[in-house]
Design a protein around this ligand. Structure first.
Ligand SMILES: [Zn+2]
Length: 92
């Protein structure tokens, strides 16, 4: 079973948003504070070798079973909270 909410997405193998060519995107070296902050938020700079387009791509996307994983995490958090609540009621 997979419990991840997000998985890595590699735009290198996807289509360019400007010209539509496949496999022409290449990582672009980030410069400056703005690019570093964007990189920390999983927005990475890419450029197209075909049309020279430059832009940011979000490099995370939802995993296959993200909804099931969220439900599982909610159940775990709620049951832990209940156990702690009953423990505190009984012994304190
Ligand atoms: Zn392009």
């Amino acid at each position: 079973m997979e419990f991840r909410l997000l998985k890595r997405y590699r735009p290198e193998f996807s289509k360019c948003v400007n010209c539509g060519a496949t496999g022409t995107l290449k990582k672009y070296r980030s410069r400056g504070l703005k690019d570093k902050i964007a990189k920390m938020l999983f927005f990475k700079l890419f450029f197209c070798k075909n049309c020279q387009w430059k832009g940011r791509y979000f490099t995370l996307k939802p995993a296959k079973h993200w909804f099931r994983a969220i439900l599982l995490y909610i159940i775990i958090v709620c049951s832990t909270a209940l156990i702690i609540y009953y423990y505190l009621e009984k012994f304190i």
